[in-house]
Design a protein around this ligand. Structure first.
Ligand SMILES: [Fe+2]
Ligand SMILES: [Fe+2]
Length: 306
């Protein structure tokens, strides 16, 4: 039995005060949006309570699907690195970035480079990343579980929250999924922007630009589970594939306090095991239900197997 925890859209707060120079960019818009809207939604206490509950539950690994920060300020990247250090060791936590982690372009060493140990293949995974020179996808193999991390994070124009993988990453993913399947591993894909088909206007504004090539790869090579964030919602979908339907599951933001439009902060625990060659996977969601102030189990469902 392997237990994988999934949290997303940390939107770490409080937001460090940006300098005037740092605001001379798309950050102006993000800062106003933070002050007018998001600051009241994202609460550090909600995040801390969730993490404290997770630490009390048995788990083998934690996955985080992006938007760790808000405006891509250098100070936010270093604060998020400290937060990650408090959550677990790099080998125990896998991270993929989201659009807020690439809000504007900044040098790697003061930006996402600080999270690099949490976004790299492990020794067992290197076999499957052989010949693939990109940072993403990375792959981590633990027991019979393979975690494949993708990056959809790229700076976008004002008012656009979309993501993009790029042809090289999609091609590398195809090879990786095929190699992992050949060795009979349970393949979990981590991605911030979900591989979902949205209405055209929404797709352009906040969707994944290359959703169709990605879906084609998943349809051909299959995967056992796709975990995503971005929508700050409890989302469950499937993608048909050669090997059967692939569950695609999004978790609400980990730091949302009480808000009428967004579900309260939540994380999911996936219990994965194999019986007589068949995979089984059960999801337990933990968070605050509307009628209680305590974090508790709010959903338990079989994702794969009876
Ligand atoms: Fe987000
Ligand atoms: Fe996002």
């Amino acid at each position: 039995m392997f237990t994988l925890a999934h949290m997303s859209d940390i939107h770490l707060c409080p937001l460090p005060a940006p300098t005037t120079v740092e605001l001379l960019s798309k950050r102006t818009l993000g800062y106003l949006s933070w002050k007018w809207n998001r600051e009241s939604r994202h609460q550090r206490k909600a995040l801390d309570n969730l993490v404290s509950d997770l630490k009390k539950r048995a788990h083998d690994h934690i996955s985080i699907t992006g938007d760790l920060i808000n405006l891509s300020l250098p100070k936010e990247f270093s604060e998020a690195r400290s937060w990650l250090n408090g959550l677990g060791r790099p080998q125990d936590v896998s991270v993929v970035p989201g659009n807020h982690d690439a809000y504007v372009k900044i040098p790697n060493e003061v930006g996402m480079g600080q999270w690099a140990p949490y976004m790299a293949s492990n020794l067992l995974g290197l076999k499957y990343a052989k010949g693939l020179s990109l940072q993403f996808p990375y792959v981590r193999v633990m027991d019979k579980i393979a975690i494949v991390g993708l990056s959809t994070a790229c700076p976008t124009p004002w008012f656009i929250h979309a993501g993009k993988l790029g042809t090289e990453q999609v091609d590398a993913l195809e090879k990786m999924l095929s190699r992992l399947k050949a060795d009979g591993l349970f393949r979990v894909i981590l991605i911030h922007h979900p591989p979902l088909l949205l209405p055209k206007r929404k797709q352009l504004q906040l969707g994944l630009r290359d959703v169709l090539p990605l879906r084609k790869v998943i349809e051909k090579e299959g995967a056992e589970l796709v975990l995503h964030g971005h929508h700050h919602a409890n989302v469950k979908s499937t993608i048909p594939s050669t090997y059967g339907p692939v569950p695609v599951i999004g978790v609400p933001s980990a730091s949302i306090g009480s808000h009428p439009k967004n579900p309260h902060s939540r994380y999911n625990l996936y219990k994965i095991d194999q019986v007589r060659g068949r995979w089984r996977c059960e999801l337990t969601a933990r968070g605050k239900s509307p009628d209680s102030s305590k974090i508790q189990e709010i959903e338990k469902i079989k994702i794969i197997g009876g």
